[in-house]
Design a protein around this ligand. Sequence first.
Ligand SMILES: *Cc1c(COP(=O)(O)O)cnc(C)c1O
Length: 394
Amino acid sequence: MIYADNAATTRMSDAAYEKMTSLMKDTYGNASSLYSFGQRSKEILEDAREDIANIINADRKEILFTSGGSEADNQAIRSAAVIGKRKGKMHIVSSAFEHHAVLHTLRALKKEGFEVTLVDVHEDGLIRPSEVEEAIRDDTCLVTIMYANNEIGTIQPIEEIGAICKKKDVLFHTDAVQAIGHIPVDVIKDNVDMLSASGHKFNGPKGVGFLYARKGVPLTSLIEGGAQEKGRRAGTENVPAIAAMALALQESVDKMEEANKTIVAKRNRIIEGFSEIEHSAINGDATKRLPGNVNFCFEGIEGESLLLLLDDKGIMASSGSACTSGSLDPSHVLLAIGRVHDVAHGSLRISIDETISDEDVEEIIKSVKEVVEYLRGFSPIWRDLVNGRKEFIL
Ligand SMILES: *Cc1c(COP(=O)(O)O)cnc(C)c1O
């Protein structure tokens, strides 16, 4: 069994698992209770907040715990919209290859009268800061651009985009779910006002995440109820999960430099191996990408069949994002970088961590080569390409 889908979710680290389960059993007091057993939970909660803040160069008051990346994205964008509407600024700038947690929130806001401009994502999977600058208008209340893309792994020029937003006095939010714990993130250096993160993408638990909001950026609560999180998110805090998330993030950051050397070498070997398959191409810039991400298109095949046959061989990978699999539409990310439908359908994402062995890397390359050849053997599209009835694109 080879797990190569770490962009979808990661295994909890042993230490995070231990932390979470022991707190669930032994330290189950409500963080809002006044007796010392409850206050112990409160201390653990606040320690986690402090630790996370330190890691991203924020203040503890600027960290809000959520149920994950999707909620953090929703709350960041909704909050900016509330601020904007009050000032008569109802225009938002984003990009076409954002996560659906961002795109669908923007779609909902459009129905409420907001205007949205999506800047182009170029063929290399990167956004041009100058084009973000051109898209900003007098009535723009928010720019939201992801830190690193979840499908093709490309890392955006966040610091530059942030500097432009600062200069233009527009709020800047980044969905950093794929970046946090994998590459260095510093909210001051990166000039961000709001940032979303999710525990399960860096070896923490699922169902927990956080939103960073710079001091002075008022957040609107999505969930009404008690006064938890200073009234910005009601509901009893999931202290065991929050503490486990903070620990997992600390571990990820501590090992990052060493781990990334290993991961990048293995990733590059996979890219090299896949490049030997004719009529294939990498999606997104080969170097400005997350250490563990490989994303390829193989002409003449269906990504879903590729996945199922790889699964038979014990290899777990992805085609498009988990949220879109099951639908027949090709990935919106691949379409955004200019892949045509036929080519976009034949995509494969491999996302690895440092625990993958060299043997597993070779097994992935060998299996993908075999399966692509096998599928092309009875693909009508491939036959048309080979017979010259259709032209090769890749
Ligand atoms: C996984 C992911 C999300 C959603 O996070 P959840 O914690 O699963 O809600 C949002 N944005 C990106 C880029 C992601 O990869």
